[in-house]
Design a protein around this ligand. Structure first.
Ligand code: C2E
Ligand code: MG
Ligand code: MG
Ligand code: MG
Length: 287
């Protein structure tokens, strides 16, 4: 940068770091008050059966309407919450909210994302059980979404946690499958119900043979292990056709519906289908 002249790279680097840290602090302090201020909400995205007729469940996705930046993506603030203790408070709020809404749906499950730190929290199993019992919900109606990162650090302990959860009747989904550090050796030891194929592979399916091959492999793996396979981020008719042919058991994506608010989700849940839902919502993040 010519304007900075002799100050050099180190100085430029420092400045950008300061900015990053300032942003993080601001997000952290904003987030610590977000629940009390009512700035958080949940959006629900339907998960549909292979034939795209039945809505079997909804993924709960947290939304934060910040005063400073507008609607902020969870991809931005969840990692910041994860690095501080805020993830627990935020996670508890998400779970409580999702379970409340679930009570009104006829039979679908709610799929809730848990970050690695939540999953490794002391007495995670007891905590989850207590929450569903308090809400009067059958464990089978809660799907716990975790990523490979959450379980592959300490595989032994994770396997035990998952086993207990599964014994109690919870559903377990491995999210963003294929992007983390799974080893097939470990996968077979984990008590899972389904694999969620990451959107990046679905995106690539029509473009590159490699992505299509990976998608097919994951679907075969899932079937061989007796697991469901949810394809994430399905946006086009062509993807739907290809995934059906490949044998994916479930799909989720903008093609069917964007994440919608609780009211709209309830309508879909009651109808039991996404067809005919003239979805015009955008659910776009500004940051
Ligand atoms: P994820 O769990 O993999 O969620 C799927 C993401 O893909 C969501 O982004 C969803 O809105 C988006 N998506 C779904 N279908 C499509 C599609 O067809 N096209 C495109 N372009 N996107 C699609 P979102 O809501 O921004 O969430 C991002 C990530 O933030 C989530 O990825 C999850 O890792 C995390 N997250 C969201 N809510 C929570 C939460 O309550 N707790 C935790 N711990 N993490 C959360
Ligand atoms: Mg997820
Ligand atoms: Mg995912
Ligand atoms: Mg993701």
């Amino acid at each position: 940068d010519a304007k900075r002249g002799g100050r050099g790279i180190v100085r430029v680097f420092d400045e950008s770091m300061d900015e990053g840290i300032r942003f993080r602090r601001r997000v952290e302090s904003g987030l610590s008050q977000a629940i009390a201020k009512g700035e958080l909400s949940l959006a629900y995205q339907p998960i549909v059966s292979r034939d795209a007729i039945d809505v079997v469940g909804f993924e709960a996705l947290v939304r934060w309407n910040t005063q400073e930046y507008g609607l902020m993506s969870p991809a931005t603030f969840i990692p910041i919450a994860e690095e501080s203790n805020l993830i627990h408070e935020l996670g508890d709020w998400v779970l409580g909210q999702a379970l409340d809404v679930l009570q009104q749906w006829p039979g679908q499950y709610v799929s809730v994302n848990f970050s690695p730190r939540q999953f490794r929290r002391h007495n995670f199993v007891g905590h989850i059980m207590e929450s569903v019992q308090r809400a009067g919900i059958a464990p089978a109606r809660l799907q716990i979404e975790i990523t490979e990162t959450a379980i592959f650090d300490d595989a032994e302990r994770a396997a035990e946690t998952l086993y207990k959860l599964r014994q109690m009747g919870f559903r377990i989904a491995l999210d963003d499958f294929g992007t983390g550090y799974s080893s097939l050796y470990n996968i077979r030891k984990f008590a899972l119900d389904c694999l969620k194929i990451d959107k990046s592979f679905i995106d690539g399916m029509g473009r590159e043979r490699e992505s299509a091959a990976i998608v097919h492999s994951i679907i075969h793996l899932g079937r061989a292990l007796g697991l469901g396979v949810i394809a994430e981020g399905v946006e086009t008719e062509a993807q739907v056709q290809a995934l059906r042919l490949a044998g994916a058991s479930h799909m989720q994506g903008y093609f069917f519906s964007r994440p919608v608010n609780a009211e709209r989700a309830l309508e879909m849940a009651r109808k039991g289908t996404v067809s005919g839902s003239d979805d015009v919502s955008t659910d776009d993040h500004r940051i």
